[in-house]
Design a protein around this ligand. Structure first.
Ligand SMILES: *[C@@H]1O[C@H](CO)[C@@H](O)[C@H](O)[C@H]1NC(C)=O
Ligand SMILES: *[C@@H]1O[C@H](CO)[C@@H](O)[C@H](O)[C@H]1NC(C)=O
Ligand SMILES: *[C@@H]1O[C@H](CO)[C@@H](O)[C@H](O)[C@H]1NC(C)=O
Ligand SMILES: *[C@@H]1O[C@H](CO)[C@@H](O)[C@H](O)[C@H]1NC(C)=O
Length: 527
């Protein structure tokens, strides 16, 4: 009985909901009206404003125009436009204007993404500071278009001013526990753009497999991947991901996690990992990267030289989480090294390694993100290091950790409450939605150090069979929390829009799972 009452409520919500009522994530300010304009697919076009810094030939915008045309009206062909007539005024052009060009550049942490969208009798204008803001505005425009029962396209008179609350709005995919085909990654980037997410955190390698096909060290993938022919990302694949992401205003943050989580590196680089001992004999097992050998740092220098040039983003993610000290403790050479250095705690040894690595990467003019353990273990890091908070264990909750890290003056990314791979029965998205990333004691300056967060999809139980429904629309919940105002917190309002947005995802061919009882006008069908 409870189920049917909820079902009725959802159906009512869906019926109540007009097009602007369906925006996801919710913009800063929306003024909607019931005055509507018709859009005629065959006549409609996106155009650059004559005064815009971007003109035809700007690939980021031109390809976005083509994408959104297809998303809005399908591939066509369309009947020739009937005259606009008395009954409906038509809008045939969305004019797009940006202040700075940057068509050949990559989006950055500092890129402005604000835009204004004005649809009224006089104009149909999208204005933004940058092409990246224009991309966000195009998505909003596409969500405003609705279809009447007769199949006519409309957009209402609307005025929107919008900008993101946080500049880093990420999604982590793990391609080591399970290999994700290139198409799964590219499809994910599309849906990220629908959600205004702007960072793809690519956790490329880990203990189980090393699918990154290194140019300098081809043995890494040859010996460390699940299959060196079918289960790797070639240099060409990586380029394709980076360019596909760029065209959608998404940064690619590559993670090569060390010194733990590196078992798959071992076979390709003999001597890199620490041999574990059982008593006085090597046991045949290996532990974290061996931090006491010069050869380790020589390897890391060459490896990260390649990584720094392959991935154009200023930031690299260097991992540093969950280093297991058991193997280091068992190894007599490590013990001797510790004695020589005067270390009495394995965290000092970990710090020694991480500091060497950070120096290497800094020399390549890259910034870095690390998991919170690097901070917890008091590794000396550069003041501009970004610390990603992922743990939520007593005695320190994730919010307390955010407080500690910002008090120490470091920037923070929050991901602890947003592990999409954790699933439970029911509406688990609500807890993710209720998170307030600045809910800690701190000065305005400390709060400003929280630059955003990430939804994480760890891959133990996820591959391309279940990735999409587990990602969406739940990942969108994190996207709204990071984009929209801190006052956009009403759960009923969110539920209405999220179920609507999920239906939009289905129409766009995304196998997004339901968030409760209800239906979509157009259900998902295998194409
Ligand atoms: C758009 O306009 C139509 C009719 O012109 C109206 O029924 C609908 O509620 C409007 N939508 C919004 C979100 O204002
Ligand atoms: C975007 O924000 C910048 C800086 O805050 C501001 O100068 C600019 O006018 C805004 N642009 C639009 C289109 O809203
Ligand atoms: C490692 O490098 C250090 C510093 O360059 C040097 O003092 C040391 O002898 C080297 N160790 C080995 C085993 O080569
Ligand atoms: C929202 O943010 C504003 C300014 O950033 C702050 O003054 C206000 O207290 C916040 N409100 C809530 C409910 O967090």
């Amino acid at each position: 009985m409870a189920g049917s009452a909820l079902g009725l409520r959802l159906v009512l919500l869906a019926a109540l909901c007009g097009a602007a009522g369906a925006l996801w994530p919710w913009p800063r300010s929306v003024q909607a009206s019931s005055r509507r304009y018709r859009l005629r697919p065959a006549a409609f076009a996106f155009r650059h404003h004559p005064g815009s810094a971007a003109q035809p030939g700007c690939d980021v915008l031109d390809s976005a125009f083509a994408r959104y045309r297809r998303l809005l009206f399908g591939a066509g062909p369309w009947p020739p436009p009937s005259p606009s007539g008395q009954r409906h005024v038509s809008k045939d052009v969305l004019v797009v204007s940006v202040v700075t060009e940057g068509c050949n550049e990559f989006p950055m942490l500092e890129s402005l993404e604000n835009y204004t969208l004005t649809i009224d009798d006089d104009q149909c204008l999208l204005a933004a500071s940058t092409i990246w803001g224009a991309l966000r505005g195009l998505e909003t425009f596409s969500q405003l278009v609705w279809t009447s029962a007769e199949g006519t396209f409309f957009i209402n008179k609307t005025s929107i001013k919008d900008f993101p609350r946080f500049s880093h709005r990420g999604l982590l995919l793990d391609t080591s526990r399970h290999y994700l085909p290139l198409s799964s990654i590219l499809d994910t980037l599309d849906v990220m753009a629908y959600n205004k997410l702007n960072v793809f955190h690519w956790h490329l390698v880990d203990d189980p497999s090393f699918p990154y096909d290194s140019i300098t060290f081809p043995e890494l993938a040859r010996k460390g991947s699940y299959n060196p022919v079918t289960h790797i990302y070639t240099a060409q694949d990586v380029k394709e991901v980076i360019e596909y992401a760029r065209l959608r205003g998404i940064r690619v943050l590559a993670e090569f996690d060390t010194p733990g989580h590196t078992l798959s590196w071992g076979p390709g680089v003999p001597g890199l990992l620490t041999p574990c001992y059982s008593g006085t004999q090597p046991s045949g097992d290996f532990g974290p990267v061996n931090p006491i050998l010069n050869s380790t740092y020589k390897f890391m220098s060459s490896f990260f030289l390649e990584i720094s040039s392959v991935f154009p983003d200023f930031y690299l993610h260097l991992g540093g989480d969950e280093v297991d000290f058991t193997c280091w403790r068992s190894n007599p050479d490590i013990q001797a090294f510790m004695k020589k250095k005067g270390f009495d705690d394995f965290r000092q040894l970990e710090s020694f390694y991480i500091q060497m690595l950070l120096d290497i990467v800094s020399a390549y003019e890259k910034g870095y993100v690390v998991w919170q353990e690097v901070f917890d273990n008091k590794v000396k890091v550069r003041p501009d290091t970004i610390v990603q908070v992922w743990r939520d264990k007593k005695p320190v909750t994730y919010m307390e950790e955010v407080e500690l890290v910002t008090k120490a003056g470091f920037r923070v990314l929050l991901s602890a409450p947003w592990y999409l791979n954790h699933i439970t029965y029911g509406a688990d998205w609500k807890d993710m939605y209720k998170v307030e990333p600045l809910d800690f004691e701190g000065s305005p300056e400390e709060k400003a150090l929280v630059i955003g967060g990430e939804a994480c999809m760890w891959g133990e139980w996820v591959d391309s069979t279940n990735l999409v429904p587990r990602l969406w629309p739940r990942g969108g919940v994190v996207a709204e929390r990071l984009w929209s105002s801190n006052l956009t917190t009403n759960l009923d309002f969110a539920e209405t829009r999220l179920s609507h947005f999920r239906c939009l995802l289905l129409r766009r061919g995304v196998q997004a799972e339901p968030i409760g009882v209800g239906y979509c006008e157009q259900e998902f069908e295998e194409t």
